[in-house]
Design a binder for this molecule. Structure first.
Ligand code: PHE
Length: 340
């Protein structure tokens, strides 16, 4: 047998026709394909249909049916391609010179990166990680922290209540209480997490923000440990020339209390070095004996210190970002700068 069986030929013709239709870049090319396969006089599929009469009566029905099916499929594909080519802008072949979009490069959020960097430093200083719930009770958020509910800090205006005495925590300090309730000293923990306040949404405030709490409790812990540890942190984070300043302050749960400021040395684009202004980075202090008593520790035996800092503020300092909202608005042009 030298000639292909007509039904096998039809299968090959169908595939060839469909490929040619797909490749037709414009209406003229498509018309040439139509003529080559379905043209009245010498279309290749038409020729098979015309030759049906010469087949044996056994072969004729099957070949005829298959030829008509292929003709239908090819006609439909021609129409579809013709419609696609007539849509605006579709009459040209793909522009192969157009650069591709390229893959998205993911990365950690800049504030998450700051938390990770801060965590690495404290981990090196012997801290472990602690966490607590974002919805907490007045006891943990205020009362156990030596903050009576009629104290201005506990004012309902500053706080988002969910139910009678359950609220969105306004700081990470409740994790101090939960950690001390769950463990005996020595304690050395870092507790990052979201906190919530009834604050405006502006360049320096957001109603939800991240804090990092630190807590150390042991026998013989003094303010010297607090100062030395936080100064060491600042030098490791911003460089060995960083200066640290402790200003007297007040928190109900620490006594004495301090605001901690840093003065950094930055390198300008021309290579010269310059001192920055003092910038506040955290609140800190010695754990108030009343708090130790509230968790059942003996304040005669144990002392401790704690701090709370805002990693978003630290990330702003680090990257020269002047509006806190940039961290929340998910503008890819902003965020992509921090993907590495
Ligand atoms: N919880 C305090 C705040 O949110 C910060 C702080 C934590 C101060 C621990 C002292 C000790 O402002």
């Amino acid at each position: 047998m030298t000639e292909n069986h007509p039904t096998e030929t039809l299968g090959a013709l169908e595939a060839e026709a469909l490929a040619a239709i797909r490749d037709a870049a414009d209406e003229a090319a498509l018309e040439r394909v139509r003529v080559a396969f379905l043209g009245r006089s010498d279309g290749r599929i038409s020729a098979i249909l015309r030759g049906l009469g010469g087949l044996s009566p056994e072969e004729r029905p099957a070949v005829g049916q298959e030829a008509n099916r292929v003709k239908g499929v090819v006609s439909a594909a021609l129409e579809e391609r013709s419609a696609a080519l007539s849509r605006p802008g579709a009459s040209h072949a793909e522009d192969l010179t157009l650069p591709s979009l390229g893959p998205w490069r993911g990365g950690l959020h800049p504030v998450t990166q700051a938390i990770d960097e801060i965590w690495e430093i404290f981990r090196g200083l012997g801290f472990t990680r602690a966490r607590g719930p974002e919805a907490d009770t007045e006891w943990y958020n205020f009362v156990a922290l030596n903050t009576p509910l009629d104290h201005p800090a506990a004012d309902e205006q500053d706080t988002l209540y969910l139910a009678d005495s359950v609220l969105l925590r306004s700081h990470t300090s409740p994790v101090q209480v939960r950690t001390m309730e769950a463990y005996e000293p020595p304690i050395r923990v870092l507790a990052p997490g979201w906190v919530y306040r009834r604050d405006a949404y502006d360049a320096t405030h957001t109603p939800a923000f991240l804090q990092i709490e630190g807590l150390v409790v042991d026998e013989g812990v003094t303010f010297v440990d607090l100062k030395a540890t936080l100064a060491e942190f600042a030098r490791r984070y911003w460089g060995p020339d960083t200066q640290v300043r402790f200003r007297p302050s007040f928190f109900p749960f620490t006594e004495p209390s301090a605001e901690v400021d840093v003065k950094r040395v930055i390198t300008l684009p021309d290579g010269s070095r310059q001192e920055t202004d003092w910038l506040e980075i955290m609140g800190a202090g010695m754990v108030d004996p009343a708090v130790l008593e509230n968790v059942g520790y003996d304040p005669e035996r144990y002392t401790g210190w704690a701090f709370g800092m805002g990693p978003a503020r630290i990330a702003m300092l680090k990257h020269g970002v002047d509006d806190l909202r940039a961290f929340f608005e998910n503008d890819m042009r902003f965020l992509a700068q921090f993907a590495s």
